[in-house]
Design a protein. Sequence first.
Length: 132
Amino acid sequence: MASICRDIFIDRDAESAWAALRRFGAAAELFRGVLVGCRCTGDVREVTFAGGKTLMEQLVTRDDPTRRLVYTLRHPAYTHHNASMQIVPASAGCRFIWISDFLPEERAATMEPLIDAGCRALQVCLESRAHT
């Protein structure tokens, strides 16, 4: 199984960062540039990437006390997918931890650059509103 883990610092307090991230249907806003669209119906969202590809993602859990969101891809190219995003308090800001586990392992070549770009986009989005 492939596993990609990213842990980045965000110059924003954990509570307001979580308030933004916990909104499952706000993915296009939070990951602007990587995503250009997001339609959410209940616990399922359809995200559209800048290149035009769309994916369906299902919310598994949203845990406010731990500031953790878990979702899975609903796509035939993946025999397994589970991802978590978590906001952890840190001095003078917070950390964003994104872990994605999936099969087949060969999908890592596609997933890794998207996750890296997503981390950069989220950091820019949250920090641009850090002091407003």
